[in-house]
Design a protein around this ligand. Structure first.
Ligand code: GYE
Length: 310
């Protein structure tokens, strides 16, 4: 079942729940794992899933949500590409009495009644954890002197990009005003190609960069290609911290090319389906559900690799 069309022939006994899910895109390993998790969990729960991939474009997501409203689905869940600009379409859902759940990414709105719950990670905390992790990594590397950081940001205006930058900066401003500096910062759109291209430009303009903070593993993996092409050693000449913890990230870390990864769990499907059921039954649900995750350094990478689930 690809979940792409609405057909489904299961019979769950009672009234079958139809869930409309508007996905961000397929930009990263994280996203691929998230999509798989959602599709599998919907199937296990016996729901009819209408699934769409917005290719990281807000207008595509808005039309997907509109079509779910027109099709009168029971519940809408979506992972908003960016934080702003959702009020109009969410008001339409509210008028149609279709409850909306945010998964993975949050929105900015002045009207809290536009969604019932938000399930996902705390990205600001991930940014802080990345900052703390950099302290450890620098110490382990015996690094002396100025810390010149390149930051590869996620998609512009997306919650994980804004908040991972914010949390990291908090640690910098609090404890490293004098010794750390972000010398370049630009979006790589959460993709490998973006990370590769932007890192190549960074290395041209700032050849003295000695740290890379990438908002996800995929951009770090792309950047590693450019670092190596420039004749430098990833994980040594340039210390690398990233976020997510996808398998390829762990492989690069076990090879010594990434120094630390802040985990962000994409396997939200099962929890989301439970929430969908409660919402559909009219139960009151928690407004904010946070996922649990860990931090990983190089020495843990090899041991952790076989047990990674995404
Ligand atoms: O970190 C990144 C993906 O929203 C948490 O989106 C998600 C982010 C994830 O493209 O790899």
């Amino acid at each position: 079942d690809e979940g792409g069309s609405s057909s489904s022939d299961g019979n769950g006994g009672g009234k079958k729940i139809t869930l409309g899910f508007a996905q961000v895109g397929s930009e990263s390993g994280w996203r691929t794992a998230n999509t798989k998790s959602v599709k599998a969990a919907a199937k296990d729960a016996g729901y009819t899933l209408k699934f769409s991939d917005a290719q990281q474009k807000q207008e595509n997501q808005i039309s997907a949500i509109r079509s779910y409203i027109a099709q009168k689905v029971n519940v809408i869940a979506f992972s908003p590409v960016v934080v702003t600009g959702w009020d109009a379409v969410l008001k339409e859902a509210k008028t149609a009495k279709i409850p909306v759940i945010l998964t993975d990414r949050s929105i900015e709105t002045s009207d809290d009644s536009l969604y019932v719950s938000f399930i996902g990670s705390d990205f600001t905390d991930e940014g802080r954890r990345a900052g703390k992790m950099l302290e450890t990594v620098l110490e382990k590397a015996g690094h002396k002197g100025a810390v010149k950081i390149a930051q590869l940001e996620g998609t512009t205006g997306a919650a994980p990009a804004l908040e991972r930058a914010k949390g990291f900066k908090e640690i910098m401003d609090a404890d490293h005003k004098d010794d750390w500096k972000i010398v370049v910062s630009q979006t790589g759109d959460f993709t490998r190609a973006g990370g590769k291209q932007v890192m190549a430009a960074f290395l041209q303009s700032n050849p003295d960069i000695n740290v890379l903070y990438a908002h996800n593993d995929d951009m770090a993996l792309g950047a590693i290609q450019s670092i190596e092409a420039a004749g430098k050693k990833a994980g040594k000449d340039i210390l690398i911290i990233s976020v997510d913890g996808v398998k390829d990230g762990f492989v690069a870390m076990s090879e010594g090319k990434i120094n630390g990864i802040v985990e962000c769990n994409p396997l939200l499907g099962p929890q989301l389906m439970e929430l969908v059921k409660k919402v559909n039954d009219g139960e009151t649900v928690e407004r904010r559900i946070k996922t649990k995750e860990g931090d990983f350094l190089q020495e843990q990478a090899k041991d952790a690799l076989p047990t990674r689930k995404y």
